[in-house]
Design a protein. Structure first.
Length: 120
């Protein structure tokens, strides 16, 4: 029971972090590219509708895979296939975000402060 409870808690926290980080990145990119503020809200509306539609399609595909193959692991195989295909699409179509040089300096300075604090 406790292992399942910890697993559910960690799963909930990871999903929350995933969504918050993505939304923070999107808002930052939106501001950096100087898009109209109304477009950000519209993007979130489309994202929510798209996520809902994606969940429905994924559940139907999982049901169809189990029904067709008779294998209860078929949805997991479909998930692996979707991960590989989406990973390839991302690798070949998205640009890399290298960040700013100041960010790496600030991170290096942060770790230096942590190391010095631990030595005291």
């Amino acid at each position: 029971f406790w292992l399942l409870l910890v697993g559910r808690l960690l799963s909930g926290m990871s999903v929350m972090i995933l969504y918050n980080v993505f939304e923070a990145w999107m808002a930052t990119e939106h501001l950096n590219r100087a898009y109209a503020p109304a477009l950000l809200m519209q993007t979130y509306v489309h994202m929510t509708a798209g996520n809902s539609l994606n969940a429905i399609v994924a559940s139907l595909a999982a049901w169809g895979a189990v029904h067709t193959t008779g294998d209860i692991l078929a949805p997991f195989y479909l998930g692996i296939l979707a991960l590989v295909v989406s990973g390839c699409i991302i690798c070949f179509s998205w640009g890399e975000n290298h960040g700013r040089d100041e960010d790496s300096y600030e991170l290096h300075h942060f770790w230096e402060m942590v190391r010095n604090a631990l030595m005291v």
